[in-house]
Design a protein around this ligand. Structure first.
Ligand SMILES: *C/C=C(C)/C=C/C=C(C)/C=C/C1=C(C)CCCC1(C)C
Length: 250
């Protein structure tokens, strides 16, 4: 019993300290992801049927992240270590779901399932090699980072020039073309924060900056996961409103 009480006290003692910017982003990240999930789920009731799956996927992405942030936050506060394993489990689930968001946008206009699997394949390559370089084989962290970047560039290519872009353009639906373009911008700008974070690891190219990998990853996660969801949400809302206006006219 005494042990239990003292270990409980230890957990409480592992609290957020003033000035701990990294710890702060673990807390705000957790809460922001949880709040975004509720938002997307509730707003799902407002949009046309064909958008409901997209909003559900947005909610799943932030919900899966919220649960992982719950654990990552505790692990960080108790040990001061990077929660690398939780981080990569989270990404392995959420990044493929972000690929599904692309697919759902282009599917009504002839987007192929094989395009979705191509995107998912690139993300698996990116994340598996990133994990090896961040956790299992730190000696060769730069090499693994380079291989991982090839997977990342594959996704950038598909969304900028490849199949995703082609179908979005040929859709003749400005709403869809615009949503794909905005998501692509998140991939190019927002996702680029991750390799920068990775390069801040010991032994990597930006180690001397003293920037913190977790701080960068936490900021990037909030920007990208919630941002992706908001892009989909606003497209869904404006296309729902346009359809309603057209119905009134007719
Ligand atoms: C919600 C989580 C997201 C959108 C995670 C994205 C992660 C990346 C784009 C990670 C990319 C990496 C590289 C391009 C090279 C170095 C290793 C990684 C895995 C950090």
């Amino acid at each position: 019993m005494g042990n239990l009480v003292s270990s409980f006290a230890n957990v409480l003692a592992a609290d957020l300290q003033p000035g701990d910017a990294i710890g702060f982003t673990f807390f705000t990240g957790y809460m922001a992801m949880a709040a975004a999930s509720i938002f997307f789920l509730v707003e799902r009731g407002q949009v046309d049927g064909k958008w409901k799956t997209s909003l559900l996927i947005s909610a799943l992405i932030t919900f899966i992240a919220a649960v992982h942030y719950y654990y990552m936050r505790d692990l960080y506060l108790e040990t001061g270590q990077s929660p690398t394993e939780f981080r990569y489990i989270d990404w392995t689930l959420t990044v493929p779901l972000m690929c599904v968001e692309f697919y759902l946008l282009i599917k009504p206009y002839g987007g192929k399932v094989s395009t979705m699997w191509k995107l998912i394949g690139y993300s698996v390559l990116m994340l598996v090699t990133g994990y090896i370089g961040e956790s299992l084989d730190k000696e060769n962290t730069i090499l693994w980072g380079v291989i991982s970047t090839l997977g990342y560039l594959g996704i950038v290519y598909e969304a900028t020039i490849g199949d995703v872009k082609k179908v979005a353009l040929s859709s003749n639906n400005p709403e869809v073309a615009n949503a794909v373009r905005l998501l692509r911008n998140f991939v190019i700008v927002g996702w680029a924060i991750y390799p920068i974070g990775y390069m801040c690891m010991e032994g990597n190219l930006l180690a001397s900056t003293g920037w913190n990998l977790d701080l960068l990853y936490n900021i990037a996660d909030a920007v990208n996961k919630i941002g992706f969801g908001l892009v989909v949400y606003s497209s869904a809302m404006s296309s729902t409103k346009a359809a309603a206006a057209a119905a009134i006219k007719a």
